[in-house]
Design a protein around this ligand. Sequence first.
Ligand SMILES: Nc1ncnc2c1ncn2[C@@H]1O[C@H](COP(=O)(O)OP(=O)(O)O)[C@@H](O)[C@H]1O
Ligand SMILES: [Mg+2]
Length: 320
Amino acid sequence: MQQTPLLEIEHLEIRGAAGAVVSDVGFSVAAGEIVCVVGESGCGKSLSALAVLDLLPPGLSITGGGIRFEGKDVLPAEARRKLRGRAVGMIFQEPATALNPVYTIGFQIGEMLPALSRARRKARIDELLDRVGLPPATAASYPHQLSGGMKQRAMISMALAGEPRLLLCDEPTTALDPTVGAQILAQIQALTAVAGTSGDDGTSGDEGIGVVLITHDFHAVSRMRGRIVVMYAGQIVERGPIREVLDHPAHPYTAALLDTLPKKGKRPGSISGQVPPPGMRPAGCPFSNRCRVVLERCEAEPPPWRDAGAGQKFRCWREP
Ligand SMILES: Nc1ncnc2c1ncn2[C@@H]1O[C@H](COP(=O)(O)OP(=O)(O)O)[C@@H](O)[C@H]1O
Ligand SMILES: [Mg+2]
């Protein structure tokens, strides 16, 4: 089945005063598809997502590559700003800071909706709450009356109010209890399968939305069906179907990252050293100074992309 590409990022480069913070990042997301982005802190995951909506912090800008949305070039900043809250929704880590404490959840969702009659507005709010697993009564609640998980669900319903075709989620469950976080990630994945609800113009989506999910929750990722992108020091080092990459990581960084997870009867490993900051990255492979199987060549020359089969690709001097 041919899926519609929603977002296509190619050779994205983001630079600041210290040099490139993100280089040669590329991936695409189709309607109904989830793409998980993983990697330690400081690898450029958030900046890559923020760039899509022209939300880069001051001092950083896109200096190379391309971004297309539904086939249209959105590299001009104005085009990316227009995606915000409409075609593309974004959800951040901390729901408490984004909700206004003095207004009810229903009021805040209503603010995101276009002008509608009272009855239709109420029906639409109920529908949006239902889509994220919240009962209609939540509309009358104030943020402080909700648990962290419910607040994050409310944030997702607000992001869905603009009928986005793509949702960018930046560590949406890091601040939550692991069990609650897992339920929310499952709900986010469900959005990719659910047919779009009726819009106020009477249109009805027949495809699920596309999702980019930045997360550290490998356990939740392992239960998803989709693709994964592994980032290290501003670059993508491995990509492919979730199952393939988690079952047979091909890049030494992916393997080391998976090794840090607790497993039954096995002591979790650790990756010595830290992600090098921009401007301090090795000339060849960015992981070369922490890699346990480093070759001489790795320190001198950027590694090529290699094919591990079944759509899995990795950037390494070692053969699969
Ligand atoms: N406002 C900024 N100005 C300059 N450099 C920044 C800024 N924000 C982030 N960076 C640099 O970019 C790197 C990647 O950041 P980020 O995308 O937030 O990483 P991640 O989301 O993977 O943890 C950071 O380690 C930092 O060195
Ligand atoms: Mg981040």
